[in-house]
Design a protein around this ligand. Structure first.
Ligand code: ADP
Length: 216
């Protein structure tokens, strides 16, 4: 039902967004602000529908197709995705250490990186977002660290729940849905991995992922 509904909603929403964008050029000053609000909320709905589609696709898949991924290529690709989004005040850094390859399902693991880096950039005003790869015996550890606003201790467990939002004002501003981390958690689980979070208010947040490193 969620899958079908999300599909059905996407078409009219996309059409609405298209017409609203056309109106941007002809609307009176007085109404411009209202139009922006409608546009922003349309974007929010589109984001929610897209996230729901991803979640329900994940719900229906119990097996994933893992492949060997070249870390350097993977990192270049992720960096390109964020090249337009990155602010001057934030450095995006990848430390791959001796991890030349890893084993994962390419599309979904990309989604994990996109969601976690997107959040790190969203909740950080200045400083650094760094992603570190480490081989630890038979697991791969990937740490996403930012120098952002942090997450209150009392929310650390809830942030992985569907639709949970800790910082309402920021999430609203950036069109967040509260679904990003539940998607991440779901994908990590499908990989038989683990995810943990450590955070300090005003200092920053680290998300630590481990994935079984079954390279033959
Ligand atoms: P959203 O679309 O709201 O970002 P997520 O599921 O991705 O939804 O995240 C849930 C909540 O966790 C966010 O609303 C935010 O309050 C908090 N959060 C996630 N990542 C970070 C981070 N790197 N720094 C601070 N807060 C974060």
């Amino acid at each position: 039902l969620v899958l079908n509904t999300s599909h059905e909603l996407r078409t009219p929403l996309t059409a609405m967004k298209g017409f609203l964008e056309t109106m941007e050029y002809s609307v009176s000053n007085e109404n411009a602000e209202y139009l922006q609000t409608v546009l922003r909320n349309t974007d929010r709905m589109i984001n929610i529908v897209n996230d729901l589609l991803t979640l329900s696709e994940l719900d229906h898949s119990d097996k994933i197709e893992k492949e060997k991924i070249v870390t350097a290529d993977f990192v270049v690709n992720i960096r390109n995705i964020f090249s337009a989004k990155i602010k001057e005040s934030i450095k995006l850094e990848f430390v791959t250490n001796d991890v030349q390859y890893f084993v994962a399902e390419r599309f979904s693991i990309e989604q994990v990186f996109i969601n976690l880096i997107d959040n790190a950039l969203k909740y950080t005003d200045s400083g650094k977002v760094s992603i570190t790869f480490e081989n630890e015996k038979d697991t791969l550890k990937i740490t996403f660290t930012d120098t952002g606003i942090g997450i209150p201790n009392k929310h650390l467990e809830e942030i992985f729940e569907r639709f949970f939002v800790a910082d309402k004002s920021r999430t609203k501003k950036f069109g967040g849905t509260g679904l990003g981390l539940s998607i991440v958690k779901h994908i990590v689980k499908l990989h038989d991995g683990t995810i943990n979070v450590e955070s300090e208010i005003g200092k920053g947040t680290s998300f630590i992922i481990t994935l079984p490193n079954d390279i033959e």
